[in-house]
Design a protein around this ligand. Structure first.
Ligand SMILES: C[S@@+](CC[C@H](N)C(=O)[O-])C[C@H]1O[C@@H](n2cnc3c(N)ncnc32)[C@H](O)[C@@H]1O
Ligand code: SF4
Length: 301
């Protein structure tokens, strides 16, 4: 595990794995060379802090012993100097942590915005009620991904331990109101949800919630297992109040069938109303469940 980091990206999504889970010795020079020759950066990812306010049961990226490191003010200044002298399409403020834990994140964001930078963030939006300065900064972002796996407040609290749906929705609506007040278009609001055995059966309700709250997009992710994350660590499993989460494939037959029906209703709800992005690996998992249900149905018939 490493300190807070800055990663660069000349092509697609920033490769967090380069900066966080491998030491510089392990990173092949060949991986870095093309990035050093680009004429502009598609994305610069800045992880201001390694701290997080939550202990989500399924998160293998932010264990307690990784937390507590902040980007120094010198490095923040270097980032600002860099983006004022080199073309960068978008700066993502985020990482395997919670950006709102960095004291003064809104001032860093405001300085970048004042330089004309396009900002993107990923946040759980539950680190207390945002101050007016924080609301103002977020209202000027280009895109914000907000993590929300369920509209069920109790389930959320026990899976993303301590997360509060009321705080999240209030913060979100404050930002939307600020955009209306200032006559600005709202940032693209993406609701990011990990699909697991506990929310598979209410995916339709999960889609209705971001629609009702003014999101532009729902992005569904596959639940990544600890064994799949190189250098990953999870010290939240032992929390006696937490509910462990498993992939939908672990459900019994009626649970799978109920989930697939909810999935179909979700597709119907989203049509022409909400952009829907489904992680390709999750699509494969769901197709497999559909095939199994078909086969079982035929065998029974
Ligand atoms: C690591 S968090 C960092 C940003 C911020 N703390 C948040 O939760 O939005 C980024 C995203 O990873 C997702 N995530 C965490 N653990 C995961 C897992 N095991 N499989 C898939 N996505 C996961 C979270 O739900 C969140 O949407
Ligand atoms: S998924 Fe949860 S524990 Fe992991 S970084 Fe985001 S809020 Fe923190």
């Amino acid at each position: 595990m490493s300190d807070a980091a800055v990663t660069i990206d000349g092509g697609g999504m920033a490769d967090y794995a380069v900066s966080l889970y491998r030491s510089p010795d392990e990173v092949e020079a060949a991986e870095i060379q093309p990035l050093l020759r680009v004429e502009r950066l598609h994305q610069l990812a800045v992880e201001l802090t390694t701290s997080c306010n939550l202990t989500c049961v399924y998160c293998h990226f932010a264990p307690l012993d990784r937390r507590g490191n902040d980007l120094s003010s010198d490095l923040v200044q270097q980032v600002i100097d860099f983006v004022t002298s080199f073309p960068v399409d978008v700066i993502t403020i985020g990482g395997d942590s919670e950006i709102t834990m960095y004291k003064g994140w809104e001032e860093v964001a405001a300085r970048l915005l004042d330089h004309g930078c396009k900002l993107r963030a990923i946040s759980n939006f539950t680190n207390g009620i945002f101050t007016p300065a924080q609301v103002d900064a977020f209202s000027r972002f280009t895109e914000i991904l907000i993590s929300l796996d369920t509209p069920d407040a109790e389930l959320l609290k026990k899976t993303r331990y301590r997360a509060d749906l009321r705080t999240m929705t209030f913060n979100l609506q404050q930002i939307r109101a600020k955009c209306i007040e200032d006559g600005r278009p709202q940032p693209k609001l993406v609701c990011n949800a990990v699909v697991h055995d506990r929310n598979f059966g209410h995916l339709d309700r999960l889609a209705a919630f971001p629609m009702a709250n003014g999101f532009n997009c729902l992005s569904l992710q596959r639940l990544v297992g600890l064994e799949e994350v190189q250098g990953g660590k999870n010290d939240f499993f032992d929390n006696p109040n937490a509910i462990p989460l498993y992939p939908p494939a672990t459900l019994d037959e009626s649970g799978r069938l109920g989930g697939l029906q909810a999935f179909q209703r979700m597709l119907d709800l989203c049509r022409e109303r909400l952009e829907l992005i489904i992680n390709p690996a999750l699509v494969e998992d769901i197709e497999r469940l559909l095939q199994e249900c078909d086969t079982n149905g035929r065998d029974a018939g």
